[in-house]
Design a binder for this molecule. Structure first.
Ligand code: GAP
Length: 458
């Protein structure tokens, strides 16, 4: 990771430029929640659209859904979340803060040690042996490690007793499993096929978040591929490749990405892998690819009493498909892309410009329209009105042209169109490229196509 990028710089830029604000800020904030501002919402929507385009729109074997956040509570018994979903937490007796033991170990070893397969006793021993201290007060005085279930609960308030408890989903994929039969029947899909969705998930995370990296409310982009067990490892490897290609195509540098194959697997799994990204705080999980065997469908079959078997129309064989899952957090990916895009460049005149080299297809605004002087605003607004039918555009007539370029550089706008007095004469404008800062002159009639060709995501 380039030393210029720090989490503080990213957080400050996001706040000052309208990408992301602290949640409920006027009330002093609400830990690990963030609100996307006018620039951030465009950026994240473009990321989600790119994922959907790549994995749903362009893949004839994948079908989208948008399932309810609040599900029948039995779903979470079937999934195992009620019984065994949980993080190893411990409290600092000195400063009364709560921590995840696995995260402390991983941070202390700078990502060299994975606590994935460790028992509570092994983690406690590691913490003692390596003198892992509380990151808040610097003391090592922890309680024993206990399991903490991070599912948020709410209540339907029907009877007022425990039977009213409803969970806010901690992952979106259960909405895909419970709709397996509905989607297969209505689309007449043949195995292998996938169900995908993008939506909010909620986890009562106890570890401090590192900005968007770990939040209590976040969006997941998840996909479950239902396949024959004999094909499952090929499909698993295929998604490992596709997942890596996708984030590289969005602009993450290959030397900031690596696979992390899991050593310890769930009893039903044949393989599991993360793709890690080199965030400013070190190598951390960006997404997961999991071989889940028939675990999910068999559990839903058991708990719902519904037969979840697939009938192969050619062989007449009935079986529960194996599932390969690909899961990536939209917010975590947003953070990785912000870190990757951030740059401070020395200019020839000795000044430094902050520029976000965001992939044009993901840029919040594709173009900014800047009249050189206020009395050119009528023509500039005409250009804005024409281009805004095609793309998100910004319009800015305040301040020197140099300052306006800098503002657009900081939010990653790939093109700035300047309207000057020649525009009134010959219908041409100057278009400036964010990365090279080169300027060319174009006829207004050619603008939309020129920009369109540069901002496509393939
Ligand atoms: N259905 C599988 C599943 O949820 P996970 O590894 O717990 O697996 C998948 O989560 C992805 O969701 C992660 O790789 C990460 O990108 C994102 N994610 C998980 N917890 C998150 C959190 N608290 N804040 C932001 N993103 C999170």
């Amino acid at each position: 990771m380039d030393k210029k990028v720090t989490m503080d710089k990213i957080v400050n830029l996001c706040k000052s430029r309208g990408f992301i604000f602290p949640g409920s800020e006027i009330y002093g904030g609400f830990a690990n929640t963030w609100d996307f501002g006018p620039i951030g919402v465009e950026f994240k929507n473009n990321i989600k659209r790119a994922w959907w385009k790549r994995f749903v729109q362009e893949d004839p074997t994948t079908y989208g859904v948008d399932a309810a956040i609040l599900m029948n509570p039995t779903v979470w018994q079937a999934s195992g979340h009620v019984e065994s979903f949980g993080d190893p937490k411990m409290d600092c007796k000195n400063c009364k803060t709560r921590h995840r033991a696995d995260t402390l170990i991983e941070a202390h070893s700078k990502g060299k040690i994975s606590a994935e397969g460790m028992t509570n006793e092994e983690m406690e021993a590691y913490i003692e042996e390596h003198d892992v201290k509380c990151p808040v007060c610097g003391k090592r005085d922890f309680t024993a490690i206990r399991k903490f279930n991070p599912m948020f609960t709410t209540s339907r308030a029907m009877t007022g007793d425990a039977s009213d408890v409803v969970y806010l989903r901690p992952e979106t994929c259960q909405g895909e499993y419970v709709n397996f039969l509905n989607v297969q029947r209505t689309t007449r899909a043949k195995v292998p096929f996938a169900i995908a969705q993008i939506g909010k998930s909620f986890r009562n995370e106890i570890t401090p978040g590192n900005f968007l990296f770990r939040t209590i409310e976040f969006e997941q982009m998840e996909l479950q591929k239902f396949c024959k067990d004999s094909d499952s490892m090929d499909i698993y490897n295929d998604y490992k490749n596709r997942a890596l290609n996708f984030v590289e195509d969005l602009g993450l540098a290959s030397d900031h990405l690596r696979y992390h194959d899991h050593d310890k697997l769930a009893h039903y799994a044949k393989a599991a892998c993360d793709i890690q990204y080199l965030f400013p705080m070190g190598w951390q999980e960006l997404n997961g690819i999991h071989h889940r065997g028939t675990w999910d469908l068999s559990r839903h079959q058991e708990f719902s009493g519904k037969n979840m078997n697939y009938l192969d129309p050619i062989t007449n064989e009935k079986y529960l498909p194996t599932v390969i899952e690909y899961s990536i957090g939209a917010d975590r990916l947003t953070l990785a892309l912000l870190c990757e895009a951030y740059d401070e460049e020395e200019l020839e005149n000795g000044e430094t410009r902050v520029v976000m080299h965001i992939l044009p297809a993901l840029a919040p605004y594709k173009v900014a329209i800047l009249p050189l002087q206020k009395n050119l605003s009528e023509k500039a607004k005409e250009v804005y009105s024409m281009l805004s039918k095609e793309f998100m555009c910004d319009y800015d007539e305040a301040g020197s042209i140099g300052k306006r370029y800098r503002r657009q550089d900081e939010i990653g706008t790939p093109f700035c169109v300047t309207i000057d007095f020649d525009t009134l004469e010959n219908n041409t404008v100057t278009i400036r490229n964010r990365d090279s800062m080169e300027q060319i002159r174009l006829n207004i009639d050619e603008l939309a196509k020129y920009i369109q060709d540069s901002v496509k995501f393939n």
